[in-house]
Design a protein around this ligand. Sequence first.
Ligand SMILES: C[S@@+](CC[C@H](N)C(=O)[O-])C[C@H]1O[C@@H](n2cnc3c(N)ncnc32)[C@H](O)[C@@H]1O
Length: 291
Amino acid sequence: MGTMVLGDLLDEAVLMLRSADARQDAEELAARVLGVESTGLDPRRDVDGRSVRRLRDLVGRRADGVPLGHLIGRTVFAGLELLVGPGVFVPRVHSELVLAAGLESLGDAAGPTVVDLCAGSGAIGLALAHARPDARVHAVDFDPVAADFARRNAARRAALGDTEVSVHEGVAGRAGALTGLAGEADLVLANPPFMPDAADVPDEFGRYQPRQAVFGGADGLRVVRQVVEAAAGLLRPGGTLVVEHGHLHGATVPALLRESGCFAEVSCRPDHEGWPLYSTAVRTGTDAPSS
Ligand SMILES: C[S@@+](CC[C@H](N)C(=O)[O-])C[C@H]1O[C@@H](n2cnc3c(N)ncnc32)[C@H](O)[C@@H]1O
């Protein structure tokens, strides 16, 4: 296979990818292969045969559903570049709405304490720490691979001047013991796995994202229940829980929150297209959750 012009290769890749983000994905993959920033790609440049083969291989894997972040080793969430790779969930842009709701709930109160449950790469907690340098942020994930990515991302962000996020490896249900923050948190943020085990999801989520990051038991709510219970234990009265749950649970998660007897002001909020995405709730008192 001989040399090709980059512009032709990118056009070919877009045809293969056929997604709304095809051009952007093709450029990111080309930048990775050529060792340049995607903003610095010159479509008139020649690409040698070895790089043509490498790019076509990556484009084929992306077309098969492998997340872009797993192919290039990084992603951007809320403007922050994060390390990701096989074995860790690649954050979705939708979750920036969870972050925004959490930031809004904090208002101007100085030095808030925040816990990110089911933190994965640390995306939400790290973005919170970036936006609020006065916050003490704890991130919890039970998966050693995810916790390792979160730790490395926390160290990179700290090196760039952000307040360091503490990463804890353990189940969401034990977050109180892990962080030592029972009854002290001002905000709990969570993007737990919420798809029912038998749900038919795109290959990107069903085959390539880690299973424990996507599927949450027969009804999808196994970890969400842990999150509700853990948040009831972590939050001070008046503190806020923001939990992502997707469109399937627009009624069930608010019901769970109300039935716990620990939350008021329960509200389900939509994504940019109007589908239920996450719920917010305010901790009412100091009673233990009724599980
Ligand atoms: C959908 S991913 C979200 C990751 C990250 N918050 C984000 O938005 O990109 C869910 C994460 O929850 C973790 N997880 C699943 N069950 C858990 C549990 N019981 N306790 C703690 N973490 C859990 C998975 O390892 C995965 O990293």
